[in-house]
Design a protein around this ligand. Structure first.
Ligand SMILES: NC(=O)c1ccc[n+]([C@@H]2O[C@H](COP(=O)([O-])OP(=O)(O)OC[C@H]3O[C@@H](n4cnc5c(N)ncnc54)[C@H](OP(=O)(O)O)[C@@H]3O)[C@@H](O)[C@H]2O)c1
Length: 240
């Protein structure tokens, strides 16, 4: 079944820290056909931004995957509450790894960007942030502030359903109100809106079902009603 999927996003700590080796085993020769992004920062003994540990984590990533990933992201740096110097050194470790050919690009993935505002870092290739209707006003504002401050070459979104499409919240809202033509399914609409809250070029979504992925891809054709989106952001700010 050709879904046109070309990219896989993972992290070194997913699947109990076995994600890279599992991916390499399951995908086999196919792995070279995908663009792979992954994240480092979480270790078996916790989170760390120490440059030496990050460098070794990148080297282990290459070994476990059996190839260089296209992008390596610093995973939730806010977890270690870094000051500007610590964050800069951590970013430099990834930038150096990219310069050495251990990955194509480097960047930062942040679940809660608020503590990172105002910290200067070397310009990342990629910034990955939460996106979609479950993201609160202050997190959206913080993500946009980082985009303005850091000027990443690309911005990606993640976790458009907050990990579950069956959480009670989804029964209480109809994401189709954000579309110009509400002919999509609710899941398609929520996925489509995740490209605009905040504005991102790609969204990493999790699914075990090829049909679910097909449904999501079908949702990309729908246009967002920018007026509704603007009103929504205003309401979010007012209620924050
Ligand atoms: N930085 C961080 O701390 C962090 C944390 C969490 C996630 N992330 C990133 O976000 C990515 C995705 O996150 P996630 O998987 O946790 O959450 P998600 O993408 O928001 O939600 C995944 C859930 O959505 C369901 N789903 C997807 N398409 C569906 C469809 N068409 N119909 C019905 N259900 C559907 C999946 O169920 P089925 O399997 O049944 O389709 C799965 O349970 C991850 O790969 C990662 O890159 C980052």
């Amino acid at each position: 079944m050709d879904l046109g999927v070309t990219a896989i996003d993972t992290a070194s700590n997913y699947l109990g820290h076995h994600s890279h080796r599992t991916l390499a085993t399951v995908a086999g020769d196919l792995l070279s056909k995908f663009s792979i992004s992954t994240k480092v920062g979480y270790f078996e003994d916790g989170h760390s931004l120490l440059p030496g540990r990050l460098r070794r984590a990148v080297e282990k990533t290459v070994k476990d995957l059996g190839r260089e990933p296209d992008t390596i992201l610093l995973h939730n740096p806010e977890h270690s509450a870094p000051d500007a110097e610590t964050l800069t050194h951590a970013c430099a470790a990834l930038a150096d790894a990219a310069a050495a050919g251990l990955c194509g690009h480097w960047g930062i993935s942040t679940w809660d960007p608020r503590p990172l505002i105002g910290l200067d870092v070397p310009r990342p290739d990629t910034l990955m942030v939460r996106s979609g209707l479950l993201v609160g006003s202050s997190v959206l504002d913080a993500a946009e502030a980082l985009v303005t401050g850091w000027q990443p070459a690309v911005v990606w979104g993640m976790s458009p359903f907050g990990g579950s499409t069956t959480a009670p919240v989804w029964a209480r809202i109809d994401p189709r109100v954000f579309l110009r033509v509400p002919a999509a399914t609710a899941v398609q609409a929520a996925f489509r809106v995740a490209f605009a809250l905040p504005g991102v070029e790609a969204v990493a979504v999790g699914t075990d079902e090829a049909e679910h992925l097909r449904e999501l891809l079908g949702g990309l054709a729908y246009e967002i009603d920018t007026e509704v989106l603007r009103s929504y952001r205003q309401l979010l700010r007012q209620s924050a």
